[in-house]
Structure formats: structure tokens, C-alpha cells
Design a protein around this ligand. Structure first.
Ligand code: PMP
Length: 388
């Protein structure tokens, strides 16, 4: 049967987006493609709320977007503060070390976020070039508030780099107003396009820092020098070439960004918040524990949940898969086998989450973990009604 993909990326995509993927591939300098690329760049500014930002669309994954942010803005021996709330926070440390930066890592406890005091304390100790943070760490489902951190970065004259792979177009973001220098993401999450595009929005200040660097960018493909003229050309609706763009993915991106802007970015964020909060209430009604330590720290794009005691995680997930609902296991190495994750972003609807809850209840009962049949669905419906 048809499977419902409820992992935290890739997600279920809109039919129009998938149709765009299957169109006859055009030349990357065909007028229609140039228009689609230009429209996508312009639309990104609305989704990021960054009218002044420089957008980049490059074939690659979210990790390339992280790589591009670091390799273009950081030079060997620069000090960088890594603020981590899970697996993807630590990925910045790996990338930074590869390029010879001096990293200081502030790591939150599982399900927690690093405190502002700890961040300010660290920023006082030495001059940092940049700090990195993860808006939603997909490994833990922890949501960070990037506003006050970006403010601190500003106060100490430090560039702020936000991994928004699991947040952009799903969580509240105002890049310009919050003065975040780089917000990066990938296509396959809340942006709603199959995997394969790295997306970045870079502030004027950060572009200046890149222009003034003293050493060459140590990665040919990722170098802004190669891509900036291409982005500028497409936005001016002119043909250009550096590396062949992922033509069908870009058409799909234009389609999805249009869907996002038609819904309205604020409406879309609100839908994510309403569904996520009803879903958390439903999970709690089953007496299951959510990984983030407080509701304020819980993401609206995915939920990480501990398995109940005595339940074999792989068995639970496979029972749920028998209902044609696909969810994800844990990712944080120490506790990988003790929790699971459900993605609810992009075009997610109440229908999808009702299907997840129904499948979860059936699986728990089949594994002889007693839950009141229908309880989570009832609570989910009530919460939705309350917040609509
Ligand atoms: N950061 C976060 C928060 C992510 O969730 C992911 C992917 N799950 C990445 C970075 C890396 O993205 P990709 O897998 O597309 O390289």
C-alpha cells in the first residue's frame, strides 16, 4: 500500500512539486528556467524574511550548505564557538576542524539548550570570528531561540551562523530583524522539495567578511566566488554558468516556494505550531515522554519521543510500518535505541498526524503495552479545536 512518510526529512511532497520533478529537463540557460531560478531566489528572501540577504541555491545537501557557510567565512586559526544541542550541532565542529579553525564547543545536556549565560561567558574569554547554532536539532527535536544568541553575537562582534535545515519554512524566523548572518537549509525538509539542494541566505555583513578574507577559500566547489555571479545573473534574468544547476529540483523549488508564499509564511508557521502542540499533547496522553526537557524547547517540525519501558523500539517501528506509516529511530549515539522521531513539517496536515497516532496506538496494543484506545486521537482533536 501507499506509505505515509513521517520521518524528519525527506517528507511527503506536494503533487505539484513532484510533477515539476518529472518535467522534461530544459537547458539551464533556457528563458523559462532562468525565470524559475530568479523567482526562487526572490521567494527565498520572503521565506527567510531577509530582504537584504544574498541567497544561494546550489546542488548538494544540507551538509554542503553548512560546509559553504564555514569555508567561505572562516579562515584557518579563527576562533569559532559551536553551540550544540545534538548530533547536527557537532557536525559544525567536524567541518570547522577540517578547515583548521579553533573550535570551542558548548554542548547542551540531552533535551536541553545551552544557556545564554554560558554563551556570554564563552564570548568574553577570547575574540571569536563566528558562532554556530542549530535552530532545530533533528537528532533531539530541541528548538533553540536564535534571537538572544544572535544579539549576543552582535554585542561581541561575532558572525552568527544558523543551521535552519530542520526549521526554515516551519519555525518562526526573521533573519534580518534578528540580525543573523547566515541561515542555511536543505530542500528536503520544511521547504518541501526532494533532497538535493543546499540553500543559504547570507547577510551583507557576512558577504563583506568573505570579501575581506586574507586566505583563499579552501574548497573549489563551495567558493562563493564561483556562485555569487551565477546567483546575481539568474536574479537579473540573465544566462550564466558555473556548474550545471539541478534543473528539475530548481523548478520544483520554485513550485514549492510559490505554495509556501500562497499559504503565507506566517500562516504556515502557525499551522506547524498548532499541529505540533496538539501532537505533543496526544503523545503525553499516551503517557509517553518527549525528549526535549520542556515544551518551550520542543520543535514544531518534529517530535522526539522515548519508547515506553519494556518496548523494543525496532519492533514498535516495524509494527507502525505495517500500518504504512514510516517514522524514524533515534540518532543521538548514546541513546539511539531509546527514542523515536516523527517529522511533521511541510504540507503536513491533521490527517497525517491522526494516521500516525492511530498506527502508534495499534502498535503499542499489539506489543501488549496498554493504552486507552483512541485516547491520543481524542486529545489531538480537542487540542486542535482549542487552538483553531
Ligand atoms: N542539519 C540538520 C539540523 C539536519 O537535520 C540535517 C539533516 N537531517 C543536516 C544538517 C544535514 O543535512 P543533509 O542530510 O541534507 O546533508
Amino acid at each position: 500500500g501507499r506509505k505515509l512518510l513521517m520521518i524528519p526529512g525527506p517528507i511527503e511532497f506536494e503533487p505539484d512539486v513532484l510533477q515539476a520533478m518529472s518535467m522534461a529537463t530544459t537547458s539551464h540557460v533556457a528563458p523559462d528556467f532562468i525565470e524559475a531560478f530568479g523567482n526562487s531566489l526572490e521567494c527565498m528572501r520572503k521565506v527567510w524574511k531577509s530582504p537584504a540577504g544574498q541567497p544561494f541555491i546550489v546542488a548538494g545537501t544540507g551538509t554542503l550548505a553548512m560546509d559553504m557557510a564555514i569555508v567561505n567565512l572562516i579562515e584557518p586559526a579563527d576562533n569559532v564557538l559551536v553551540i550544540s544541542s545534538g548530533y547536527f550541532g557537532k557536525r559544525f565542529e567536524d567541518i570547522l576542524s577540517r578547515y583548521g579553525a579553533n573550535t570551542t564547543v558548548l554542548e547542551a545536556g540531552v533535551g536541553e539548550a545551552v544557556s545564554l549565560d554560558a554563551i556570554e561567558e564563552a564570548l568574553k574569554t577570547k575574540p571569536y570570528k563566528a558562532l554556530t547554532m542549530t535552530h532545530v536539532d533533528t537528532s533531539t527535536g530541541v528548538l533553540l531561540d536564535p534571537k538572544p544568541i544572535a544579539k549576543l553575537a552582535k554585542k561581541y562582534n561575532v558572525l552568527s551562523i544558523l543551521d535552519g535545515v530542520c526549521s526554515v519554512a516551519g519555525e518562526e524566523l526573521q533573519q534580518d530583524k534578528w540580525e543573523i548572518d547566515v541561515v542555511l537549509t536543505a530542500s528536503q525538509k520544511a521547504v518541501g522539495v526532494p533532497p538535493g539542494l543546499a540553500l543559504l541566505m547570507v547577510s551583507e555583513r557576512a558577504m563583506q567578511v568573505w570579501e575581506n578574507r586574507k586566505t583563499p577559500v579552501c574548497n573549489y566547489y563551495a567558493d562563493f566566488s564561483n556562485w555569487l555571479p551565477i546567483m546575481k545573473a539568474y536574479e537579473a534574468r540573465k544566462p550564466s554558468y558555473f556548474g550545471t544547476p539541478a534543473v528539475n529540483l530548481v523548478i520544483a523549488l520554485e513550485t514549492s516556494l510559490k505554495i509556501i508564499c500562497n499559504e503565507g509564511i506566517d500562516n504556515r508557521i502557525k499551522r506547524h505550531q498548532q499541529l505540533a502542540s496538539a501532537f505533543r499533547a496526544a503523545i503525553e496522553a499516551l503517557h509517553l515522554d518527549i525528549l526535549p526537557k520542556s515544551n518551550k524547547l520542543a520543535a514544531n517540525t518534529l517530535t522526539a519521543v522515548f519508547y515506553p519501558k519494556g518496548i523494543d523500539g525496532a519492533a514498535l517501528r516495524s509494527k507502525i510500518a505495517q500500518s504504512n506509516v514510516i517514522i524514524a529511530g533515534g540518532l543521538l549515539s548514546d541513546i539511539k535505541n531509546s527514542y523515536f522521531r516523527i517529522g511533521h513539517m511541510g504540507s503536513v496536515s491533521a490527517n497525517d498526524l491522526l494516521a500516525v497516532l492511530g498506527a502508534l496506538e495499534r502498535a503499542l496494543i499489539e506489543l501488549e503495552h496498554p493504552v486507552a484506545y483512541g485516547k491520543s486521537l481524542e486529545v489531538f482533536q480537542q487540542e486542535l479545536l482549542k487552538n483553531s
